[in-house]
Design a protein around this ligand. Structure first.
Ligand SMILES: C[S@@+](CC[C@H](N)C(=O)[O-])C[C@H]1O[C@@H](n2cnc3c(N)ncnc32)[C@H](O)[C@@H]1O
Length: 493
């Protein structure tokens, strides 16, 4: 792990000081009485708050299938953690959630048993401790002692002794040494080796390698990019504000690929006036390129301004398409089967010429004859793993086939709803070839759709693959790994 990704060594409190030797007033034997029996000591209570918060996030992910990035902000607010404490809690919770596979392999070796045989609450703390030991500069004695404290407070000294013993073993080697010892051989199984080293399930690393094809040497770069926190991308709403103006008022930088994109260094974009006033939204630059590609695709015959977004929730692309079709005097129909997500589309597209329909895109009950249709299909989301720390461990290879069936059906429906000579743009936030080129090839074969050279629809964007589809990558473009392919319905069909 590079130094800039490590939390700074802390001069006390939550970080570098050992809890045993370094506690304020903590000389000699530790007091083993339950926490509530101790004299309240605000300074001491604050020591473990970030780790408690991180532990509680891991627990929510394990017990309730919660999303770490949705649970953590609420916990930080509720417990009034901010500044360095909030940063530490975030680094530990997200870092441990991402690195789970690697951490579990090390923990299993040190515990002498599979992690499935370790109590869930203990495993949460072990993962947190192992993460600190292997991937941060937090002093080992602090990482171990604070983990022991977390367990002792809840489960008593017997279990904390187990945690102490396992983490001490973990601390005997560096991350590189553990990888050397536990990872599959780099020559015999290069993908398995990189997957282990960069803490990804092998099937996901293999999916990236398959999609990269001849460029699979870049696999390491993709896996590293997946662990980097994505920059905040804003979209300047066409007709409301230009990207240059938006950059000026937000202090951001105009994005390199989309004419609507502005990149911010960080901060909460929801607090920006431009976002609150609806002049701009938060949207990955790759998603902006997808929406724009649909608008640039050449039609046979005139564009009558009837556009359709067949999988619209929560409405990011519908908002961009709605603004663009509005400039031409047209309208967008937006289809979304989930009531809740359809509501989000309504909110995102208010004041735009967009009609939201709660319906199944496979049979939405709309009259055909559309000029342009976007099928931004439900997918595994393997191209946006960096946004959800635990997502890589939640997804299963068995998810793919059900999604592929739905993707094919949605694309077939779109090819029915588009007029002859009109264009369908199929996209996924996954680079898995079963969800991307294979779905498109199936549509060409079965429905006689004509594949257009989609590279021409992302002008100026380099390294998008050999065509006709376009594959974006975080390590090449700074975007999610979005795929897109434009298909035209033949005039004589
Ligand atoms: C990848 S998301 C779309 C993101 C959206 N285009 C945006 O930019 O905000 C896929 C959407 O398809 C919806 N969906 C799932 N099954 C569907 C179906 N049978 N027909 C239409 N949409 C469906 C999901 O609820 C989800 O909102």
């Amino acid at each position: 792990m590079s130094d800039e990704k490590r939390p700074a060594r802390r001069s006390g409190g939550s970080g570098g000081q050992g809890a045993r030797g370094g506690r304020p007033g903590g000389q000699g034997r530790r007091n083993d009485r339950p926490r509530q029996a101790r004299r309240p000591d605000p300074a001491q209570a604050s020591i473990d708050q970030p780790r408690r918060a991180a532990r509680d996030v891991l627990r929510a992910v394990r017990e309730r299938d919660a999303y770490a990035n949705l649970v953590l902000p609420g916990l930080l607010r509720e417990r009034r953690l901010d500044g360095r404490d909030a940063a530490l809690a975030t680094e530990l919770a997200y870092g441990a959630a991402r690195a789970r596979g690697l951490l579990d392999a090390v923990i299993a070796r040190c515990a002498g048993r599979p992690v499935e045989e370790i109590d869930g609450p203990l495993l949460d703390v072990l993962q947190l401790g192992a993460y600190q030991l292997l991937r941060t500069r937090i002093a080992p004695h602090a990482a171990v002692a604070t983990s022991v404290d977390l367990v002792r407070a809840e489960a008593g000294p017997g279990k904390s002794g187990f945690v102490n013993a396992v983490l001490r073993r973990v601390s005997e080697k560096t991350e590189d040494q553990w990888v050397e010892e536990l990872a599959p051989d780099a020559v015999a199984d290069p993908v398995g080796h990189l997957a282990f080293r960069y803490a990804h399930p092998k099937w996901i690393a293999q999916a990236f390698a398959d999609s990269l094809g001849a460029d699979a040497a870049e696999l390491q770069d993709v896996l590293i990019a997946d662990d980097a926190r994505p920059a905040v991308h804003l979209v300047a709403r066409p007709g409301e504000i230009s990207a240059e103006e938006l950059a000026l008022v937000t202090g951001g930088e105009v994005g390199p690929h989309s004419p609507y994109a502005v990149h911010l260094d960080g901060g909460d974009p929801g607090l920006l006036d431009a976002v609150r006033e609806g002049l701009a939204g938060v949207q990955d630059e790759g998603s902006q390129l997808v929406a724009r590609a649909l608008t640039l695709a050449p039609l046979e015959g005139p564009d009558n301004g009837r556009w359709l977004d067949l999988c619209a929730g929560p409405g990011g692309k519908a908002a961009l398409l709605g603004a663009l079709v509005g400039i031409e005097g047209g309208r967008l129909d937006a289809v979304e089967p989930s009531e809740h997500r359809a509501d989000l589309v309504r909110k995102t597209t208010r004041d735009l010429p967009v009609d939201v329909h709660v319906a199944d895109g496979r049979d939405p009950g709309l009259e055909g004859g559309y000029d342009r249709i976007l099928v931004d299909a439900p997918c595994t989301g393997l191209g946006a793993l960096r946004r959800r720390p635990e997502a890589r461990w939640r997804r299963q290879p068995s998810d793919v086939s059900g999604l592929v069936k739905l993707q094919r059906e949605l694309l077939a429906s779109a090819l029915q709803l588009v007029r002859p000579g009109g264009v369908v743009l199929y996209s996924t936030c996954s680079p898995h070839v079963s969800e991307t080129v294979a779905v498109v090839a199936d549509a060409v074969r079965r429905h006689g759709a004509v594949a257009l050279d989609t590279r021409e629809l992302v002008p100026g964007v380099p390294d998008v693959g050999d065509g006709p589809g376009v594959q974006l990558w975080p390590h090449r473009h700074g975007t999610d790994a979005m795929f897109m392919a434009a298909l035209r319905r033949p005039l004589d069909s």
